[in-house]
Design a binder for this molecule. Sequence first.
Ligand code: F0G
Length: 540
Amino acid sequence: MKLKTMTELGTPIPSHKAYIIRSTKDVSMEQRARVLKETEYNMFSFPADLLYLDYLSDSGSTSMTDLQWAAMFLGDESYGRNKGYYALLEAFRDTFERGDQPRKIIDMYLTGENDVEKLMNDIYLQSFEGGFVNGGIYQLSRPNTFITPQGRVAEYLLFSTLAEVLHEIDPTKKYYIPNNGHFDTTGANIRAVDIEPVNVFDKTIVLEPFPAEEMDKSNPFKGNMDVVQLEALIQEKGADSIPVIYLTITNNSVAGQPVSMANIKAVNAIADKNGIPLFFDACRFAENAYFIKEFEQGYQNLSVREIVKEMFSYADGFTISLKKDGMANMGGALLLRDQGVFVQKYSINGKNIGTRLKEKQIVTIGNDSYGALSGRDIMALSMGLYEVVKEKYLKSRIGQTRYFAKKLAEHNVPVILPAGGHAVYLDMERFLEGTGMKTEDFGGVGFTIELIKHYGIRACELGPFAFEYDQRPPEQQRSILNLVRFAIPRNAYSRADIDYTVAAVVELFNHKESIPKVRISRGKELSLRHFQTGLEPVYD
Ligand code: F0G
């Protein structure tokens, strides 16, 4: 008898076992309705404890692994050069530079290594230079690795310091930073220092149809930067007006879509030709690497670790939120290539840019060995960097997101296809077709209100409400996508949870005429208003 394998049957092989359970509460629809009303129908102010499933963000909402919890116990809360600092710096080198040859010195801590000479030689007195993570004397003389509490702090550190340098070079010049999709905090941090963030992607590509049944076979890498637009921008503004080019992997602002290695190489070549440093917003690098392995020609036989190494070989620096990709619940970093283009270009007036960054880090965030993280967090993070590139985990992670999108598509719910890595996005333009709902009625928000009220599920509108459609000039209005995002926490939800969500979304889709318009009742002009405005559904 020839039995089919589970892969042939299309059923994923279990990737983990859950040993810690958190129970949900029995909350009635009436109770949720009351809470919604008293928290002004704002998704961010609804208490998480009263939900069944929470897709507000995949950021920091991951379930940590047993190895991460074990590493946490070894957290060292010393003020200077805690043990975790060394483990984390080595984990960065292992992950971003060493491919299949990690040193994994964290194991020496886990096994209680007592050989002092070995600890000194292999960890504490080892020097490194020439990569993203200088070590020993070189980290002191040419600092290039900056630990921060989360991604946006790394962005603040980078852009505020860069702006000071640019001001010293020419206080009158206008600067632009292109990105295949600025995340909102990235754009805001750039705008805050009077530099203009420019999005270099084509909205129409994201919305192009893609057959759901093709998702296991091919991928168009819709997260890619539009290199034609990039070259046109450089031509128009001049290379000296563009202090850095940014590439976000995966592209959260473009429905979580991956970026291909070919695109990374192409952008790198343009950056190189123009003497502009290329930075990654590396938030979900491991998920991006898995897409490359699955779908890009020539990469099937390489490990995710090797793919990550190649990806980062094209970057001159990166900011990263370590709350993504299942690394940990808290953490971020800024890393610069030692003596790279960025460091050389912006070390001016006798001052190394790394030294400037370090001084600001110490004054505003925390000392370089902890960057406002506890020693426990640092250890969890160090271990997390090894967990996140495990292919079995990534297969199950990407597979779950894809399953979610496929199920919705089977019920004809308009969903962006193919599915990205961390989230499923509904196309609310098409979802609400036939209801007479206008863009400024914020139907996506109305949908999320009903989803919480009826089914205890939180999702988030990323569309006309979040991106302030009504406050923007017409040329900017056109580029605003109308999406609702379900960001999936890692290792937290089961297939049954996804099925529950699909059933809820389908039921609302089948009764879309009951979705209310939404009015802003307080704080229409506030910036970042999805965090702070009051709303009110309008039921006919
Ligand atoms: N860059 C990208 C692409 C992100 O997705 C995020 C966060 C950040 C930077 C900022 O990192 O939160 O650690 O400060 N995205 C989360 C989300 C919040 O829900 O998409 P952070």
